[in-house]
Design a protein around this ligand. Sequence first.
Ligand SMILES: Cc1cc2nc3c(=O)[nH]c(=O)nc-3n(C[C@H](O)[C@H](O)[C@H](O)COP(=O)(O)OP(=O)(O)OC[C@H]3O[C@@H](n4cnc5c(N)ncnc54)[C@H](O)[C@@H]3O)c2cc1C
Length: 457
Amino acid sequence: MTETDIQDLRAKLRGELIAPGDASYDAARKVYNAMIDRRPALIARCADVADVMASVNFASEKNLLLAVRGGGHNGPGLGVCDGGLVIDLSRLKGIRVDQKNRTVRVEGGCLWGEVDHATAPFGLAVPSGFISTTGVGGLTLGGGIGYLSRRNGLTIDNLRGVDIVLADGRLVTASADENADLFWAVRGGGGNFGVITSFLFQASPVGPVYGGPMFWPLEKGAEVMRFWRDFILKAPEDINGWFGFATVPPVPMFPAEHHLKKVALVTWCYTGDPAKADEVFKPIRQFSPPLMDFCGPIPFPVLQSLFDGLYPAGLQWYWKADFFKELNETTIGLHMKYAERLPSPHSTMHLYPINGAAGRVGKGDTAFSFREAKFAEVVVGVDPDPANNPRLIQWAKDYWLALHPFSAGGGYINMMMDEGEDNVKAAYRDNYAKLAAVKSKYDPGNLFRVNQNVKPA
Ligand SMILES: Cc1cc2nc3c(=O)[nH]c(=O)nc-3n(C[C@H](O)[C@H](O)[C@H](O)COP(=O)(O)OP(=O)(O)OC[C@H]3O[C@@H](n4cnc5c(N)ncnc54)[C@H](O)[C@@H]3O)c2cc1C
């Protein structure tokens, strides 16, 4: 790649082309997980679809490693690469809500908080995750597990179509009626097939909800886990709640006597009739009165962003993930053992329910395979200080390894590190062969390989 090549690309872009030495380079190459420190040769901060097409063609012609950055939240930092070109979508922020059809057109660089902000005034929401700072791009392409999964399915179950720039530089639409194989693949298959410049989602009515976290002392963790398991497997689908282990942050919203105590928590989201909320939550509060109870009426976008402040960008993150079909006494015992050893105040383990609407979709209907699993587990070592990384990583690996023999056999690709081909295959099971076939059709040269990579068949 010569200086003239770079000048040629710069001339083609309406957005910026950022190179090492530019004032904005260090900020532009940073991603959410501070454990990732990569130095791309060029960052194309695209302003429109034409910029994305020019950048894809440039990477392909010059045979450059190519990374695509949506919200930059990916654990193993798959939105940035060493050397090569990064297509940074963060300027693609357009959102248009169609009230009549209850659909939302979202450009590829949006974050979920931006979508919530746009849809809330219309009493609508698109099912996303449990935090508002994640990118729409990566979260959607991997599946999307969140507060509305039991009621409305995964994020991909609410995706109606995408505009995608392919490896050959063409922009096409993929939907149930057009390029249906590609539409199947992007619903769970990650960034393997091209750059999504816009997503079309079905939104659902979501008014003010009743939700928030309830905390119990860690000594009650096993009891809470059993109760939560039995409750959430049978609960009406307008109730969601994820289980977690955490440490009470030493901040004023929590009583000082509980600061830095280890706890079990369930963060609830009830989207049903507000008049019935007290009745719905009565058995939960009665089974074991929480140490702290922050569950109550709350606007949906506020619930979605409740944990944003606790987990700002710039912390060290190490993730491990698995799906589970059940939670038995052996696994509960193992969970308790590792919860007692949480290696830092930010470190955590979450179990997300994926039953209800998310579980009713067939395992071959989209690329996301583990539809029959009931729980998605993620073990996360997090800390501001890189010196603690060996401890965080060891804890997360040990925890995951201890539970893995009881798992459904694979994990959620959006909550894995860069763990190699076998783990990607385990995440997709029977869907891998079809994904590889679609990959060979649309990206035979594996231009899009900075992701949980599916190799062309
Ligand atoms: C604090 C935190 C909370 C999270 N909570 C949840 C949760 O509740 N539910 C859940 O399901 N997941 C959750 N995740 C995981 C999240 O889904 C993944 O980290 C996801 O990869 C983030 O997407 P992104 O666009 O921000 O990431 P990026 O790092 O920008 O990209 C991730 C991958 O997606 C590809 N990609 C992104 N956008 C596009 C696009 N427009 N076109 C093509 N490829 C693209 C990238 O190339 C890369 O391979 C969470 C992550 C964090 C850090």
